[in-house]
Design a protein around this ligand. Structure first.
Ligand SMILES: Cc1ncc(COP(=O)(O)O)c(C=O)c1O
Length: 394
């Protein structure tokens, strides 16, 4: 179930993890939803990885298999998946393109998207709609900020063409709105429709369990909430979808295509599980190891503990911003770790840049100001933001 974690009774809250990052005290970085800093440990692994590639003859023959298994296991642990159901990919858009090749969207059906959702879970379907003869229906941002109810209403609307798929972020990237997948999943399944979840802003930042939610596809990158590098992402594929044709055709996606054999294409049937969907050149070990380290750190703190801490920080933010003329969704409708401010009269010109000049880093997203703390932030950062905002937002 994708719900904000409740405080763990009797246990103390996860403390700030700033010491793991190269983040000077005076920097107020509240922009994890754009890109997070790499932990010191990942930076060190990156340096070692570069040196290793500088002397490839020192690379252990077992390293590739170990690295793939480690990354698959770390990614699976964040979403309650079996590692065999995880493909190693490069980006969310790669995962969505994989799903689009695997799914057979019926002509005349509807694919549901969220208004102003990120381009990655959206553009693939817009691009395919005309040729494949389906329509994309964009669920409008509801005035009451309740994305879940808006989606449920769109799924069940009488007289509309059948829904074949919802391709949605479970946390809206611009307004931080939360989609309750535990309600959307059953509603889609009742219609015989598939579910593709872009969990970019959920995986690692809050509890997520594919065994309970049962999406067809779920994808997330590493460079935001799981503290990893660019160019690494993970795709969960439900077993019922795993006999599809992958986006790219690779030797390791097949049972026996190996340079070490005398017959090169000895057996071109696909390997079992999600491995057939692994991207080409997955062997970028420098970034793969860095990705694994970030995910392992997050798992060690636990998504529930991270969510609890970040909910505390965003609640403090919300309190500090009350009566300052900005609006944001109610706690039960927004992600616990993102506060996205709407400005009824428009965001003051240059405000994001003025804050950055004061060492306070947030993002402007579609007219909103998105504030996204992570484990390295503390109350001092929140208070610094509120004070800078009060001074600069007039
Ligand atoms: C909701 C969402 N999905 C996906 C992405 C990134 O997509 P990709 O990995 O395809 O670049 C972002 C980046 O901002 C995002 O906010």
């Amino acid at each position: 179930m994708l719900r904000p974690a409740r405080p763990t009774k009797g246990k103390s809250m996860l403390p700030s993890q700033r010491a793991h990052f190269d983040m000077p005290r005076e920097v107020c970085y509240l922009n994890a939803a754009a890109w997070s800093p790499l932990p010191r440990q990942s930076q060190e692994a990156g340096r070692i990885g570069v040196a290793r590639k500088g002397q490839p003859w020192t690379i252990d023959a077992d390293l590739p298999a170990q690295q793939f298994a480690r990354a698959r296991k770390a990614a699976a642990a964040l979403i309650g998946a079996d590692p065999d159901d995880i493909a190693l990919i490069s980006s969310v858009s790669y995962g969505v393109a994989t799903a689009a090749k695997a799914l057979n969207i019926s002509p005349g059906s509807r694919v549901l998207l969220l208004e102003d959702d990120h381009s990655s879970p959206v553009l693939e379907w817009m691009t395919r709609a005309a040729d494949a003869g389906f329509t994309v229906e964009v669920v409008r941002r509801p005035d009451d900020a309740d994305w879940t109810e808006a989606l449920l209403a769109a799924i069940a609307r009488p007289g509309s063409p059948p829904v074949s798929l919802a391709s949605i972020s479970c946390i809206h990237w611009s307004d931080g709105g939360l989609v309750d997948l535990s309600r959307i999943g059953p509603a889609l399944r009742a219609e015989g429709a598939a579910l593709l979840v872009d969990a970019t802003h959920a995986a690692g930042a809050m509890p997520l369990d594919v065994k309970k939610l049962d999406p067809d596809f779920l994808v997330f990158p590493t460079y935001k909430w799981v503290l990893g590098p660019y160019g690494r992402a993970f795709l969960y594929i439900a077993k019922r979808r795993q006999d599809a044709t992958p986006l790219e055709q690779t030797a390791y996606g097949r049972r026996a295509v190996s340079a070490e054999q005398t017959t090169y294409l000895a057996d071109t049937s696909y390997v079992s599980g999600a491995r057939r969907f692994d991207m080409g050149e997955r062997d970028h070990f420098i970034s793969l190891e860095m990705a694994s380290i970030g995910m392992e750190m997050v798992a060690q703190w636990s998504a529930a503990a991270i969510s609890e801490r970040l909910a505390m920080l965003t609640a403090r933010l919300a309190e500090g911003l009350a009566n300052l003329g900005v609006r944001f969704p109610e706690p039960h409708l927004r992600a616990p770790h993102i506060l996205s401010l709407a400005f009824p009269n428009g965001m003051p010109e240059g405000l994001i840049a003025r804050l950055a000049a004061a060492n306070v880093h947030v993002a402007g997203r579609l007219g909103r100001m998105r504030i996204s703390p992570h484990v390295y932030n503390d109350e001092q950062d929140i208070d610094a933001f509120v004070s800078a905002f009060r001074g600069l937002a007039r």
